[in-house]
Every structure is written in structure tokens, then in C-alpha cells.
Design a protein around this ligand. Structure first.
Ligand SMILES: CC(C)(COP(=O)(O)OP(=O)(O)OC[C@H]1O[C@@H](n2cnc3c(N)ncnc32)[C@H](O)[C@@H]1OP(=O)(O)O)[C@@H](O)C(=O)NCCC(=O)NCCS
Length: 148
């Protein structure tokens, strides 16, 4: 079984490799996009909530979260920003272990509510989050799209 531990800066390269393997967008990304740098920045905002799953010294999955103490009419809450498991390692309980570990982390901090957002047609992610205990939130998402 994979070991779950905090993500280090040295893990970021492997985390980005997993993310590239599972990214589903072919949408245009504006400008130079340095995934490693973006992930480095994201991790630095809340290192204690960024986890990796490791097997035989290799990162096989990751989860990045943040804590928000402002806005959205909420008390302090946890937010799962990203989760991913290497395609060769999916379906073996690694995502579940990462999900439960981050919920235990927020529980230890007495943070009652943990949020995430999932595209409505990503049914695997929705089923995954339901399997670790997530349900519908009180939010609706709003979007402004520039007219082409
Ligand atoms: C979703 C994901 C994190 C799940 O991790 P995993 O290690 O494969 O999942 P687990 O083996 O721990 O399974 C946990 C539960 O998730 C659900 N699940 C996992 N993969 C699923 C799939 N392909 N379809 C439907 N449900 C799925 C199941 O309910 C499963 O519980 P069960 O085994 O009791 O049926 C992983 O498959 C993944 O990284 N997918 C791509 C995610 C992605 O697109 N990330 C980028 C945007 S954030």
C-alpha cells in the first residue's frame, strides 16, 4: 500500500508528470505556462495540506488543498484544489487514501467543511469524491464567458 506523506518541493516534478498524464483539456492555455512553477506556488500557500502517495520511492498520486478563512460567506474551510493518481496506479485505493488523509487533516484542525469543485461531466471524479464522503454543497457556480 502506498505511503501518504506531505509533499516536498522535490516531489513537484513527479507531481507535474502525473498531472500532465491525466490532464483532459486541449483548451488553449494563454502565454507560457510552467506547471512546475504553478504547483510550487500552490504548494507554498498551504504546504501542510499538500500530500503525495509514494510507492517504492515513486510518487504515484497527489492531492493539493488550501485553507480559506475569508470570503464566500463561510467560516474557515478546507478546499481541495487538485487530486490525481498516475494512470497505471488508478483503481487501487490510492485516491481514497489521499482523500481520507486530507479529511483527517482538516478534522484535526477542527475545520468542519471541506469543499471542492468538479466539472459536471467528470463522473469518475464525482463518484470518487462521493466515495470519500462528499455531497452537494450549498454553492452554485457562476461564470462569465467572453463572447468570441
Ligand atoms: C479520481 C481519482 C483521483 C481516483 O483515484 P484512484 O486511486 O483511481 O481511486 P480509488 O481506487 O481510490 O477508488 C476510490 C473510489 O473512487 C471511485 N472511482 C475511482 N475511479 C473511478 C472511475 N474511473 N469511475 C468511477 N468511479 C471511480 C470509486 O467509487 C472508488 O471506490 P470503489 O473502489 O469502492 O468503487 C483518479 O482516478 C484520477 O486521478 N483521475 C483523474 C483525475 C483528474 O482528472 N484530475 C485532474 C483534475 S483535478
Amino acid at each position: 500500500m502506498a505511503e501518504i506523506r506531505k509533499m516536498t518541493k522535490e516531489d513537484i516534478k513527479q507531481v507535474a508528470t502525473i498531472h500532465r498524464a491525466i490532464m483532459r483539456t486541449t483548451a488553449r492555455i494563454l502565454g507560457e505556462f510552467d506547471l512546475e512553477l504553478e504547483f510550487m506556488d500552490l504548494r507554498s500557500t498551504y504546504p501542510e495540506g499538500c500530500l503525495v502517495a509514494v510507492e517504492k520511492g515513486q510518487v504515484v498520486g497527489f492531492l493539493m488543498s488550501s485553507q480559506k478563512s475569508w470570503g464566500f460567506g463561510l467560516v474557515t474551510s478546507g478546499w481541495i484544489e487538485l487530486v490525481g493518481v498516475h494512470p497505471d496506479k488508478m483503481g487501487r485505493g490510492i485516491g481514497h487514501a489521499l482523500g481520507k488523509a486530507i479529511l483527517a487533516h482538516f478534522d484535526e484542525k477542527n475545520i468542519d467543511d471541506v469543499y471542492t469543485a468538479v466539472k459536471w461531466d467528470y463522473s469518475d471524479l464525482i463518484t470518487f469524491f462521493k466515495s470519500v464522503g462528499f455531497g452537494r454543497s450549498e454553492f452554485i457556480n457562476l461564470k462569465h464567458a467572453r463572447e468570441e
